[in-house]
Design a protein around this ligand. Structure first.
Ligand SMILES: C[S@@+](CC[C@H](N)C(=O)[O-])C[C@H]1O[C@@H](n2cnc3c(N)ncnc32)[C@H](O)[C@@H]1O
Length: 450
């Protein structure tokens, strides 16, 4: 984008972007929560807000690659640079390599910012490093950093940690697709809304939001900009923000074929913050069913209660592994806690926060939650196992590890007309194929006997 005309001092969009980075680096904050508050606090709006958002999100996404370039230009490890100066350098390098901000403006504003947030003593260093970076474009810098190792070089080119490149490779088995998937994580996605059935039609929501209907979910509306929280349909609980892939997984559960006619007790075993529970609740209302929504975190259980208010949903704060109920359920959703590698395009800092060593504990929890779901579903009822991760250890391997007698249903039958769903019976969606988050879904039916 073309940068707004802002001078080297009193530069609020850059200050907002810097403070967002600092909150993420120092306080483990989430950029999507901190940035809107900082924009309000600094009264940054319109084009300046769009510029601050691009700087903050773009810099956070590309952090690993920017750090490699900063380290080469500064001739030292980034760990030897003080954190506040490093954040200023990252923002400056992003402007130089990825935006149309003029070199002198990117360097001068960064030097002023460094002076303001760190002190005079670092301004010479920031100036020298950014001037060095400005001598080459992004592609020439990548050429100087190339190692010859395919994983390392892809990780650098697309700004992902190497372990995530390896996970995508295991899941996709096709190098051109790995490149496409990594690239898709770096494109800022549109906001997706779900029109709650029975409360607002998808067409009416698209008109109100000046958006367009989604590709696959009957409830999806895509927005190219704007603030969804200000829409009347969101404020009055007739719609909510939810990636179209997440909508599809909830919809697939409601369409799965049961054995037997009972179909009014639905369970969401990992419900917080309530996106799928809300959509399930609205569909349940139309079918005369009720949803029990279980969530272990009290704070997230409150979010579920808020988001499902007015719908036939009962929220229970409990560990899904130990949840006990007098009745068995007809349909059960396990939207398991996961590494989140499928939603990296929506969470700019997430790829640098997770590590490979987080996965085994998540897999154990996922297996336990899936076994609990299979205990809680009635004979002939269906469990949907869903993750927003494409890592095979969290997806197909969890499902294949289920012991005992379960019938695998082909979830593709519940997602008709969607292309590129693979050989089944489970599906892995991808941003580069479906313009959704990389959601995984599998359907397991408990046999009548056994
Ligand atoms: C992927 S999120 C679910 C997203 C949610 N279904 C939605 O669409 O908004 C996983 C949720 O599981 C919760 N969780 C983690 N461990 C749990 C457990 N043992 N029992 C129940 N919920 C758990 C997490 O707190 C988190 O809210």
């Amino acid at each position: 984008m073309t940068p707004p005309e802002t001078g080297p001092t009193g530069d609020d969009p850059r200050m907002v972007a810097y403070r967002t980075l600092a909150a993420v680096t120092e306080d483990d904050a989430y950029a999507n929560l901190v940035l809107p508050r900082l924009l309000d606090f600094h009264h940054v709006t319109g084009r300046d807000a769009a510029f601050a958002t691009e700087l903050a999100y773009g810099t956070l996404r590309l952090r690993g690659t920017l750090d490699a370039i900063i380290s080469a230009a500064a001739r030292r490890e980034v760990s030897a640079i003080e954190p506040a100066a490093l954040d200023v350098l990252r923002l400056g390098a992003y402007q130089l390599l990825r935006t149309r901000v003029a070199t002198h403006a990117a360097v001068d504003t960064s030097v002023s910012l460094a002076r303001e947030v760190v002190g005079h003593r670092v301004s010479g260093f920031v100036n020298a490093v950014l001037r060095k970076i400005s001598q080459k474009n992004a592609s020439d810098w990548l050429d100087t950093l190339v190692t010859g190792d395919e994983t390392t070089d892809l990780a650098l080119e697309f700004a992902h940690p190497e372990w995530i490149v390896r996970e995508f490779r295991k899941a996709l088995n096709d190098e051109a697709e790995v490149v496409a998937a990594l690239g898709a994580d770096n494109d800022a996605p549109e906001v997706h809304l779900a029109a709650r059935p029975g409360l607002i039609s998808t067409r009416a929501l698209a008109d109100e939001a000046a958006g367009r209907r989604g590709h696959w979910s009957p409830y999806a509306v895509h927005l190219s900009g704007g603030a969804p929280k200000d829409l009347p349909a969101i404020r009055t609980g007739r719609a909510h923000v939810q990636d179209e892939g997440s909508q599809l997984m909830a919809v697939a559960l409601t369409r799965a074929a049961l054995i037997g006619s009972e179909d009014d007790r639905w369970l969401d075993l990992c419900a917080g913050p309530g996106g799928k529970a809300s959509l399930l609740g609205a569909i349940a209302a139309e079918h005369g069913a009720r949803v029990t929504a279980v969530e272990v975190s009290p704070h997230r259980a409150e979010l579920v209660a808020k988001s499902t208010s007015g719908l036939p949903v009962t929220v229970v704060t409990a560990d899904g592994r130990e949840f006990e109920s007098d009745e068995l359920f007809d349909r059960v959703l396990v939207d398991a806690p996961c590494s989140g590698l499928g939603a990296l395009r929506r969470r700019p800092e997430a790829r640098w926060r997770r590590s490979e060593s987080d996965v085994p504990a998540l897999v154990e929890l996922q297996r336990e939650l899936l076994s609990a779901a299979l205990r809680l579903v009635r004979p002939g009822g269906v469990v949907a196992y869903v993750t927003c991760s494409p890592a095979v250890a969290e997806t197909t391997e969890v499902v294949s590890a289920v012991d005992g007698n379960v019938e695998r249903l082909d979830i593709r039958e519940a997602l008709p007309d969607m292309p590129d769903l693979g050989p089944g019976p489970s599906v892995q969606l991808w941003p580069h194929r479906h313009d959704t988050d990389a959601m995984f879904g599998a359907l397991l039916r408990r046999p009548i006997a056994g």
